[in-house]
Design a binder for this molecule. Sequence first.
Ligand SMILES: [Cu+2]
Length: 455
Amino acid sequence: MIDPKEPPPYTYDRDYVVMLSDWTDEDPNVVYHKLKKLSHYYNFRERTVSDAMKEVSEGGWKKFWQNRGMWNDMRMSDRDISDVTGYTYTFLTNGHAPADGWSGLFNKGEKVLLRFINAAAMTFFDVRIPGLKMTVVAADGQYVQPVSVDEFRIGVAETYDVIVEPSSEQAYTIFSQAIDRSGYARGTLTPDPAMTAEVPPMDAAPLLTHGDMGMDMSSMDHSAMGHDMNGGSNTSTMDHSKMDMGGGMKCGGGMDMSAMNNSNQGRMGQREMGDGMAGYGSNRKVVHAETEFGPHVDMRSEAPQYRLNDPGVGLRNNGRKVLTYADLRNFNKTPDPREPGREIDLHLTGNMSRYMWSINGIKFADAEPLRLKYGERVRINLINDTMMNHPMHLHGMWSDLETGDARYIPRKHTAIVQPGSKISYLVTADAKGSWAYHCHLVYHMLGMFRKVVVS
Ligand SMILES: [Cu+2]
């Protein structure tokens, strides 16, 4: 443990590191080759006949066909959440499988600091401790203004420090569900090593929405935004005639949105992206580079949005207060208040059926390094043109994540870019040398990777 020079801006009576990870006995090369051959290899959540009958009985045949037709036309699945799942992974808390579980002791009335680290290869976790509020005090090791939550999503390589204050003589479960609900990691906070707590049931497997695919929601019922699509209501309000799904569709398992872009050119050209979102970075319209067109990219977000206050797929409207990036404000003033001198757009791209990943359509092996001038302040806009969450990790320099308040911009080293969304951060190029910049999902980083050179 490295102790800070100055004492932290909070007190606690004891602390634990809580490291979450995913373990498989399969050789990682075997896992990768399975994904290359069949990107859905580990996903058993595709729809079944009984799902379909349930949907029909709830919404009727007409709605059913509208929904299914839409997803099938796009050759996509709204259940495509994780590449590698609990089918092969066991999810661990400090190295312990859920059955035995790790436990940490406390005395009633103590303030316990839990330092969560997501050290998984491929898994996002949704963490909560039923019966306890968690006060988030640091993100990626940097102090933030305290925020009280019931739950938070932690991407691979992110860290969150939270304080809990168990006030009764009982055990509590640290429950960390995998994002696709294919399993969970379990820990216990307890006043007595012999005492454990109930493990809650996992939430339902999440479904992706049209917003998660970066689609324009303006023709949709806005009150429905932010809800997971539940075999029902949303699609029916979409104007299908605006979505030319015809000619441009090829590729299995993916969606070529170029047809859609073309048919919407006029309308999209006038649309200001991110309007009314001051403090959330650039207002420039999203443009897809030439390199983003080709067989190696099977989806481009039509209208990616800043969704900082969106807890993300599977966590929306679950009745709990879930941490979002919009809640993160630096405990201290923005370290470098300069306006950025320039902006760099990086599109996170891929072809999911071929399991190829890239940035701006160019995989690492073919990419030029990203060059920053020593001392400059730049804005990096990350646009997610895929259906997956990507935890983007920049080495060597901080990512000052624009979460809404320019005076207290939180510093992170890893930031989740939600599917079909965009985020921006400011970087002060204060470290000369060559740095790695990549998605932290191990099977994505071969292609979704850039070298950054500061000189
Ligand atoms: Cu990724």
